[in-house]
Structures are given as structure tokens and as C-alpha cells.
Ligand binder design. Sequence first.
Ligand code: SF4
Length: 372
Amino acid sequence: MSLLAKAASGRRLSAQEALSLLELPLFDVAAAAHEVRLARTDPRTVSYLIDRNINYSNVCNVGCSFCGFYRTRRQADAYTLTYEQIAQKVAELEAIGGTRILMQGGVNPYLEFDWYLGLLQYLKAYHPAVRIEAFSPEEIRGMTRLTGMTASEVLVALKGAGLDGLPGGGGEILVDDVRHASHVAPARVSTGEWLQIMADAQDLGLYTTATMVIGFGETPEQRVESLLNLRDAQDRALATHGNGYSAFISWTLQTQGVRIHGHAPGADAHEYLRNVALSRLLLDNFVNFQASWPTMGYKVAQTALFFGCNDFGSTMMEENVVSQAGATHSSTSEREIVRQIVDAGFSPVQRDSLYNVVARPDPTSLLSQPAA
Ligand code: SF4
């Protein structure tokens, strides 16, 4: 059996086979990835989520060189939102039928742990129907340093206060030689810490996703190693608690106006698509793969639907992190997402963050409405 035929059959691939796939023509690899996607998910539909990103504070002491979002406390535009301001954003999301908030911020050493617990309790009291997925592993590590508690203890307390899941932020390349390189983020949460915090969250039944960013100057071997670290973690998660990563999302490093500009090569659309296809083929224990329209633009994201992706991500409503490093878009509407899915030849399905179907919108009716 040829390597491409083996890949298209969905069988497990080795690191060497993955590296060999990177040498083959892009559209051959894409065809194999698309075949696996059609076999593992509903072949007729592409799903999406109506949600909102909320960045509760931009104060951060980690200092990643690719980040244009963070501020020190003394900078004039440093902010921390109040509970009321955050709740107002959730109310705006509910008004358009949204079901999930993705809440992340900097690692703010001036916020007490009780502030996070109080925030979750406040939001659950006023908006019980909205799922709260919040605090990436970097922020959870910050809370362990703040409190002296273990990550697991922190997560138990947050879950008790209302946390439903963790965003996969900070995955980037899960190889320490890349993520801790002097031109990237020497103080960043390590590969082992990131994976362990996610495992702790999965053990508690919390929802998790995995992310990958390419373009730091990592080698093909390091990209494959990063993906295999995720595949191994997913094997362990499914075997030990039956609750693994719900989705995988990748994009390219955004460098506009940030310190890493000129020190990392970034990655173009061709590399992005190749990595999307490779991910679908190598991560045989992940079901859902999201296309990244915010960083890659709509047309590349549509193309990714033929390279292994089965999901068009979410409306986001308000994104402040990658957009401050040059991402193409920071939010979109349900109407626009539906248009992109239909134009690509699929039926749109609104999902919740657990990938349950919420609605099957009528594209004709939705697209005939005036744009908001
Ligand atoms: S990426 Fe996150 S952890 Fe890094 S500096 Fe920005 S806000 Fe801080």
C-alpha cells in the first residue's frame, strides 16, 4: 500500500511517514486528508459556533515576543474589565443566539484568585445558559503561582465556581526548544506543563481544545513532534478518563507590529494548508478540525475545508489578541460564516461548543436578510 493510500485509509502514521508526507505534492496530501475528514465527520455539513471572545485584562507578566496584546500595569491603555462590563458582553452575545464565551486574558499578577472565582459565580448567576470556557494553561499556571495551589486544585475551585472548559491557547509548537527560544517566549508555559494542565482539566470533565501556531522557524521534525505530543496526550486522555480534546485549530504566526517581527519567518497559506492536511492525517484520534478565517482570511479558510477541516470556527464577536499582531479579521457574523460554508459547497450547521447540533439554518432565508 502506498503512503498516500495508507494515510487516506485513516491508519496510524509514524513520525517518519509524516515527514515523508511533507515531501509529496500538496494536493495529493490534501485529497488524503479530505477523504479521512469525509469518513470521520458528516460529509455534507460544515459546522460553526456563535460565540464571543472576551479578554478580561491585558495586563501580563509573561512577555511573549509575538504578542501585541499585553501591557504592563503602568501603561496608559492597560485595563481590567469589571464584572458588570463582562456580563454586559455576555448579554450582547445572548441577544444574537450565542451559546459560549471564550474568556482569556494576560497573566495578571495583580488580580487575586478570588477575583476569578467571583467572576465565574457572577456570570453563572446572571447568565446560567451560557457556557464559560476560560483561562488557558498559561493563566492557570499563573494562578498556581499566585496561590501556591496545584493546577488540579486551581481547576477544581474554578470548576466549582462555574468553569465549563479551557481554551487551547498557548499550544503554539509543543516543543520547548521552539517555544522557549530567546526570540519566541522564554517565560512561556512549557510543553510538559501545558499538556499536564490540560490533562488535569480533562480528568475533571472540563472541555478542552488544542491549538498549533506555525512560523517560528521550527523544523518539519519539530512540527511533527508537536503533533505527536498531542496525539500521545489524546491517547492517554481517552484511555484514562474518556474526555479528550474536542477539536484542533491551527494558524500561522502573526508578526505585524510585534517584537518577533523580522526574527521569525512566519508561514504562508501554502504552508498553512499543508499543515492542516498533515494534522488531519496524523491526529487520528481527533475528530474536529477548525479552519482559521481570522488569521488566514475567508478564501484560505474555505480551501481548508478540502484539506481536512470540518468546522468554520466561530463568530468570535470580539477578538483582541491575534488581531493585534496583524490577523486579517477580528470578528464576523453568522450570516458571513454561512455564506462562506455555502459557497464552498457544504450545508451549514450551527453547533454548540460540544459539537452538538443547535440549528440547521436556512441559507436562502439568512442570506436574503440585509447585512447587519
Ligand atoms: S500571549 Fe498571553 S501570556 Fe504571552 S504575553 Fe500575550 S497575553 Fe501574555
